[in-house]
Design a protein around this ligand. Structure first.
Ligand code: SF4
Ligand code: SF4
Ligand code: FES
Length: 227
C-alpha cells in the first residue's frame, strides 16, 4: 500500500516510531501519540516555542529547526528544546537612552562574544546572529534591530553559544530602543492621529456604527484602494 510505503522511522526520546513522511516533526510527534503541552504554540513558525535539535543516522552534523515547520526525514533523532534558559534583564524602556553604553550596562556579556558564528548556524530563521552580535559589540543599536528583526526568541542561538550570550534578549532590547527612540517618525501618521483626536471623524464613525450590515458590505466593496 502506498500509504504504508510512505512510513519512515524517526526517533523521539530515543524510541523508534514509524510516521508518514509528509508530516512535520510536530505532527509526527502527535501521530506517535504525544500530547504536546510545552514546546508548541502558534504552529505557524512565529512563536519560537518548538525549537528542535536533531541528527540523522550516520550523519555527524547537528541540525536545528522548528518542529512545526520542519518535515520529518528518515532516521531522524529528535531532541526538543521547548525552553532554554538565558539571562533576561529587567528594565524600564522609558528610562533608557538609545546609546551603546545602555547595551553594555544592561548586557555586559555582549563584549565576551568570540565571533565564532555557532549561533548563526543554529538559527532556524537563518538570521546572521553573529553579525547582529558584532553590531551589538559596536553599540550599533539600529543595525542590531535591523539584522534581528525576524527573531522569534526560540533560544537555539543561546543554547549553542560558547560565550553564554543571551543573544535574543540583547536583540530585543536593541529593537525596543530603536522603536522607541531611533526609528524615523511618520509625519502623516502623526497628522492623522491629531485629526482623530480633534474629532474630525467622530460624525462619520457614528454614521458607520448605525449602518446595517449589507450597506457596510457594499461600502467596503466600493472603497477606494490606493495603488
Ligand atoms: S555563538 Fe556566541 S560567541 Fe559565537 S558568535 Fe554567536 S554570540 Fe558570539
Ligand atoms: S536569533 Fe536566536 S532566538 Fe532568534 S530566531 Fe535565531 S536562534 Fe532563535
Ligand atoms: S509552534 Fe510556534 S514556531 Fe512552532
Amino acid at each position: 500500500m502506498a500509504e504504508q510505503n510512505d512510513q519512515i522511522p524517526i526517533y523521539i526520546m530515543g524510541k523508534r516510531y514509524d510516521v508518514p513522511s509528509s508530516l512535520t516533526i510536530m505532527k509526527a510527534m502527535e501521530y506517535a501519540g504525544y500530547t504536546l503541552i510545552r514546546g508548541v504554540g502558534c504552529r505557524g513558525g512565529f512563536c519560537g516555542a518548538c525549537s528542535t535539535v536533531y541528527r540523522i543516522q550516520d550523519d555527524p552534523k547537528l541540525y536545528f529547526g522548528l518542529a512545526c515547520q520542519t518535515v520529518v526525514k528518515p532516521n531522524m533523532y529528535l531532541g526538543q528544546i521547548p525552553f532554554f534558559p538565558a539571562k533576561r534583564a529587567t528594565y524600564d524602556i522609558t528610562e533608557l537612552q538609545a546609546q551603546a553604553t545602555t547595551l553594555f550596562q544592561i548586557y555586559p556579556e555582549i563584549l565576551r562574544c568570540l565571533g565564532c558564528g555557532t549561533c548563526t548556524k543554529a538559527c532556524p530563521q537563518e538570521l546572521n546572529v553573529k553579525n547582529y552580535m558584532a553590531a551589538a559589540m559596536r553599540g550599533d543599536i539600529a543595525m542590531v534591530a535591523n539584522l534581528s528583526f525576524d527573531c522569534i526568541m526560540c533560544g537555539l542561538c543561546a543554547a549553542r553559544c560558547p560565550a553564554e550570550e543571551p543573544q535574543y534578549n540583547i536583540a530585543i532590547l536593541a529593537r525596543r530602543l530603536y522603536g522607541r527612540y531611533l526609528a524615523p517618525r511618520s509625519e502623516h501618521l502623526q497628522q492623522r492621529v491629531d485629526e482623530i483626536q480633534q474629532g474630525m471623524f467622530d460624525q462619520k464613525l457614528a454614521e458607520l456604527k448605525a449602518t446595517d450590515e449589507q450597506s457596510l458590505i457594499a461600502l467596503y466593496k466600493a472603497r477606494l484602494i490606493e495603488e
